[in-house]
Design a protein around this ligand. Structure first.
Ligand code: ADP
Ligand code: MG
Length: 344
């Protein structure tokens, strides 16, 4: 950043800044009647479809650290977080608003980097940036993202639809983003006060990618639709498997049994956990920010789901009275907890 040009935000003013940031955002969806530039955006979902809306907020120092988080990636990641929630409802993301609290310490170029990431995500997922707000902040960067989507009412999948004996299905692998964060934090600690820091990330590139540039699982939603698999319940994994699965169980008024040896963990996740004397299962259960999808389907759909080749079946739904458990390979039942290592 040092070698880069630095333009103070004050030289542009609020309107100049908004114009600069929001240029080159073409409208891609017929449902967007009016985007940036009026008092409100105007949206008309396809006839008969419901509108879905979700918001996430990100605070510098709490949700991201700008010493190692490239702003371009951050722009991409906040869009992933927002649309992942819509995908988890089986809806199609279509519009986005972005609200900024910006401190004077950030130059205009940094915000342009942020918007480059947002622009890339909008193009990749065919969504329209339709508005936002730009304010000054005293305490670092704040980013609020609201995503809108639509879906035929009968296709919406809620957290509350899981039924006894349903299979618990999971996309991708877990704990990689959390270990990516741990790696970045370690290198930051080690390299504080080093003049020309050269962080050591070799062999752990996948972990960094999962943390810095997670991709929303649009592919899964499309594959399920193509195969006519309609999940009974679904949630996206942002807080960690244990916490998010418990949310699903609560909403569905059910219990669950998942099997430890079926939880998918990437090789790099295990390798770094070993190196840091951690249990990779803890990263998988409690790490968070995986942005994978967890869904349930009736038992009869096992073969059809396995044929997708994109998911692991990690357990099944039980009655509420039996509780939520992780079963170890030697047959122990460990009660799932929202945080910390699960206890007996
Ligand atoms: P108002 O005073 O009506 O809130 P603003 O001057 O704040 O309008 O915003 C002008 C237009 O620019 C609006 O369409 C608004 O949605 C959009 N906008 C403002 N800030 C941002 C931003 N950070 N990102 C995207 N759009 C923005
Ligand atoms: Mg405004």
């Amino acid at each position: 950043m040092d070698a880069k040009k630095r333009t103070e935000i004050a030289t542009l003013g609020e309107f100049g800044l908004i114009d600069l940031l929001t240029q080159d955002f073409p409208t891609r969806n017929a449902s967007t009647l009016r985007g940036v530039g009026d008092d409100a955006a105007v949206i008309a979902p396809p006839a008969g479809e419901a509108v879905l809306c979700t918001t996430d907020t990100f605070f510098e120092g709490v949700d991201f650290d700008l010493t190692y988080f490239p702003l371009k990636h951050l722009g991409y990641k906040v869009v992933t977080a927002a649309i992942s929630d819509l995908l988890a409802m089986n809806a199609r993301p279509a519009q986005l608003t972005v609200s900024l609290g910006v401190s004077a310490k950030l130059p205009v170029e940094a915000l342009q980097d942020l918007y480059e990431g947002i622009r890339f995500a909008c193009k990749e997922h065919e969504i329209d940036l339709v508005g936002g707000d730009t304010r000054a902040s005293m305490n670092g960067l704040t980013i609020g993202v609201t995503a809108l989507g639509h879906a035929p009412k009968e296709q919406i999948v809620y957290r509350s639809g899981a039924r006894q004996n349903d299979l618990v299905c999971l996309t991708g692998n877990l704990g990689a983003a959390y270990m990516g964060l741990r790696l970045l934090e370690r290198e930051k600690r080690v390299l504080t006060d080093v003049k020309n820091p050269e962080p050591q990330f070799k062999g752990y590139e996948y972990l960094l990618e999962k943390y810095l540039k997670p991709r929303p699982r649009t592919d899964i939603i499309e594959a399920l639709r193509e195969e006519q698999i309609h999940p009974t319940a679904m949630i996206d994994l942002s807080d960690g498997l244990a916490s998010d699965l418990l949310q699903l169980c609560k909403a569905s008024e059910c219990g669950v049994r998942i099997y430890l040896d079926r939880i998918p963990i990437a090789q790099q996740t295990s390798a770094l956990a070993d190196e840091m004397h951690m249990d990779p299962v803890v990263a998988a259960l409690n790490g968070g920010e995986d942005y994978e999808l967890l869904f349930t389907v009736p038992l009869e759909m096992q073969e059809q789901v396995m044929r997708l080749g994109l998911v692991d079946v990690i357990g099944h739904i039980t009655p509420a009275s039996t509780g939520a458990f992780l079963v170890t390979p030697d047959g122990q039942d460990i009660r799932l907890r929202a945080q910390g290592f699960p206890e007996k």
